[in-house]
Design a protein around this ligand. Structure first.
Ligand code: AMP
Ligand code: MG
Length: 429
């Protein structure tokens, strides 16, 4: 087979080329309580005002503000109580001059009233209340009310026909609340992509199975499946393929129902790896050398199935740290795009490095680090120990990745560096 000429490309170029070939999933109608974490495919229009009527923000008395002018504790204004109104009901009576309606939070403002005096500003507490179910005949107002006081106005949250949520919005608990508030039961969202995950290599053994000397347990499959789940996809584990054309072809094709296939290992210059040949046989796959560390070798392209389907393929390096960092930089954006999301960029902060970081081979260095605040409130970045791409514990201890530029051969302790925060979901600044 002939491999395309491998070329050193930047992280950005690799990501752009990947995203170009990634499509959004089709959308479908789903109950809003099943939409958490998924993305709206259509904008949502308000069918009516929220709140639907002017209503009270406090328990108290609905009054005419002008009746209460001059009221204070020494000169209370005495109003006649003509009704008691619970939330959910509309008053039949109109509040006339020197009258009040006792009212509960959320109840519609009665006709005639233009302010709510909260209980605390009346003598209700000190009055001997009539027996339950009966209303006291009068109330003393102890403080003058301004017009509109404690009134929530019709439409002050959402206006009829207004766009409540734009398409592309991720559904969080607050969006579910907003959708419920306009009475919606179903929304159109993008389907979760199914991501097939295949590990390759004769030396790789599934955890739980017998491991011979010279073999290692498969860290990548379950790690990548967890990442897929964490970022909104559905993992489809294909298992481990031996380094033979037959096994690899068979296992790979078992993932042809998925929306994307992620493989790990076999994309570097290993003599015994047949991965490249098989990948190239099944579609159009490019093998790249990305200007980054860890995770230099990367394969990307599309498989073409016998049924005429095209499936994007991301071929990650085998070393678990490289695999995870490459998934973070390329897999996560792809997964987001499939879900209709574009907010894959992580927040990048500036921190002071505690360590000397050497970076002499012209690649962008994503070293694993832990960012913390020191006593002065300064953000400090410390490397999580040895940075070999097989040292997965360096990733487990980290909350961020340094971004040491390609052209920076070293940074000294005390110098500021950029760090991409892994545990923060969204770009904030
Ligand atoms: P390769 O790209 O096949 O040369 O693999 C690079 C390194 O990653 C080798 O040391 C492999 O043993 C290791 N490796 C590959 N796949 C896995 C895996 N699924 N879990 C843990 N280590 C792996
Ligand atoms: Mg291998």
């Amino acid at each position: 087979m002939t491999l395309p000429v491998s070329q050193m490309i930047s992280v950005e170029e690799a990501r752009e080329r990947i995203l170009q070939l990634i499509d959004r999933m089709p959308s479908y109608l789903t109950p809003i309580d099943e939409a958490l974490g998924q993305v709206l495919a259509n904008k949502v229009i308000a069918p009516f005002d929220i709140p639907p009527l002017d209503n009270t923000a406090m328990d108290g008395y609905a009054v005419r503000a002008s009746d209460t002018q001059g009221a204070d504790t020494h000169h209370p204004v005495r109003l006649k109580v003509i009704a008691d109104l619970a939330a959910g009901y509309i008053a039949e009576q109109e509040v006339g001059e020197n009258e009040a309606i006792r009212i509960m939070t959320g109840a519609a403002i009665p006709k005639g009233a233009d302010a709510i005096v909260p209980f605390e500003e009346t003598d209700e507490q000190s009055q001997k209340l009539p027996e339950k179910g009966k209303l006291q005949t009068h109330v003393n107002i102890l403080k003058a009310a301004n017009k509109d006081a404690n009134i929530r106005f019709r439409g002050e949250d959402i206006r009829e026909k207004q766009t409540v949520l734009e398409d592309g919005r991720m559904i969080r608990a607050s969006e579910i609340g907003v959708l419920a508030s306009i009475g919606l039961t179903k929304i159109e969202i993008f389907r979760k992509p199914v991501i097939a995950i295949l590990s390759t290599g004769d030396e790789i053994v599934t955890p739980g199975e017998k491991r011979n000397p010279g073999q290692i347990y498969d860290a990548n499959t379950q790690m990548l499946a967890a990442l897929v789940k964490q970022f909104g996809g559905i993992p489809l584990v294909l298992g481990i393929a031996k380094d033979t054309v037959e096994d690899l072809t068979l296992k790979l094709r078992s993932g042809f129902n998925a929306d994307m296939i992620v493989t790990s290992a076999g994309v570097s210059r290993g003599d015994f790896d047949v991965v490249k040949d098989v990948l190239a046989n099944e579609g159009v796959i490019d093998f790249w050398t990305v200007r980054m560390k860890p995770g230099k070798p990367l394969a990307f392209g599309t498989f073409h199935t016998a049924t005429g389907k095209t499936i994007p393929h991301l071929g990650l390096p085998g070393n678990p740290v490289s695999s995870m960092v490459a998934f973070e930089l390329f897999g996560r954006p792809a997964l987001y795009k499939m879900q209709g999301r574009s907010d894959w960029e992580r927040p990048v902060i500036q921190a002071i490095t505690q360590d000397k970081i050497v970076n002499t081979d012209g690649r962008r260095f994503f070293a694993r680090c832990i960012v913390s605040k020191n006593a002065n409130g300064t953000l400090i970045a410390s490397l999580t120990g040895p940075q070999g791409s097989g040292i997965l514990t360096s990733m487990s201890a980290a909350n961020g990745l340094t971004i040491i530029p390609e052209e920076t051969p070293h940074v000294e302790p005390g110098e500021p560096i950029n760090v991409m925060m892994l545990d923060w979901e969204q770009k904030l600044f």
